[in-house]
Structure formats: C-alpha cells, structure tokens
Design a protein around this ligand. Structure first.
Ligand code: 5GP
Ligand code: ZN
Length: 137
C-alpha cells in the first residue's frame, strides 16, 4: 500500500532518489536532508503507515532490527560515540512527515546538539495514579 501524496512513499520505493544506506524488500534507510549530526539517517518502511499506531507489530520489530544493524555499521564507519533513536508520532510530538520513520542520530563529542526534555518533579502518589490510569481496569 502506498500513498500517492506521500514523499516518503516515493523515496522508500525509489521514485524519488535519496542517499540510500540500506535497502531490503520492506525498508529503506536514507540520509536525512536536514541532519542533526553527520550520518543522521531515517529508517522508512516501504509500505505506507502514518505512525506507530498504524504500523503492524511485525514491521515494528523489523524496523528495530534494521536500526540495530545500521547502528553497529555506522558506529564503526563514522566513529560516533553514541546514538539517539527517535520516533515522532503526531504533529504535537514533532512529526512533520506522516509516514512512519525512525530517526537514527549518531552522537559525537561536542556535536552541539541537545536532544532531550526538562524532567518534571513528581511524587510517588502521582506515579501510582498514572500507573493505575495506564494499567488499571
Ligand atoms: P519528523 O519531524 O517527521 O520526525 O522527521 C521528518 C524528517 O524528514 C526531518 O528530519 C526532515 O529533515 C526529513 N526530510 C523531510 N523531507 C525529506 C526529503 O525529501 N528527503 C530526506 N532525505 N529527508 C527529508
Ligand atoms: Zn507514505
């Protein structure tokens, strides 16, 4: 299934050229055009799923396997010292291309990037309440 208005469908299926690092029947890994760091790559399924909610479980597992293989190779070849895997769902969460993709961001000493969040204070009672909300009947 592919979506004719989706740029990542076109890239993943080779209609639009990209700097491809890896390709198999189900995935393409490309270099991001607006990289956070050298080697910033995107793992993109060839089939169109808007986000993690839509992605079938099996493809979710396969995407992580591809990321693991690429992380080993990229660490070896680029000499990065760490990696962020980031995956945005929904515009509120920073998603701008609505075809599932996983960011692979190699990290280097003094790369100038801060990828993170401001930790909030929370009580044990609040944590208990959230757990109940997620896990309770
Ligand atoms: P999101 O914000 O949806 O998680 O990430 C979208 C990413 O796709 C951004 O990092 C952006 O730089 C990248 N991107 C958008 N359009 C293109 C494109 O046409 N080619 C490539 N290689 N990357 C793109
Ligand atoms: Zn698509």
């Amino acid at each position: 299934m592919s979506n004719e208005n989706c740029i990542f469908c076109k890239i993943a299926n080779g209609e639009i050229p990209s700097q491809t690092l890896y390709e198999d029947d189900s995935f393409r890994v490309i270099l991001d055009l607006g990289p956070a760091t050298k080697g910033h790559a995107l793992v993109i399924p060839k089939e169109h799923y808007a986000n993690l909610y839509e992605l079938p479980e099996e493809q979710a597992g396969e995407a992580m396997k591809v990321a693991k293989k690429m992380a080993a190779r990229m660490t070896d070849r680029l000499g990065c010292e760490g990696f962020n895997l980031i995956q945005n769902n929904g515009d509120l969460a920073g998603q701008t291309v609505f075809h599932f993709h996983m960011h692979m961001i190699p990290r280097y000493r003094a790369d100038g990037q801060t990828i993170g969040w401001k930790p909030q204070e929370v009580t044990q009672e609040e944590l208990e309440e959230v757990k109940k909300q997620i896990c309770g009947e």
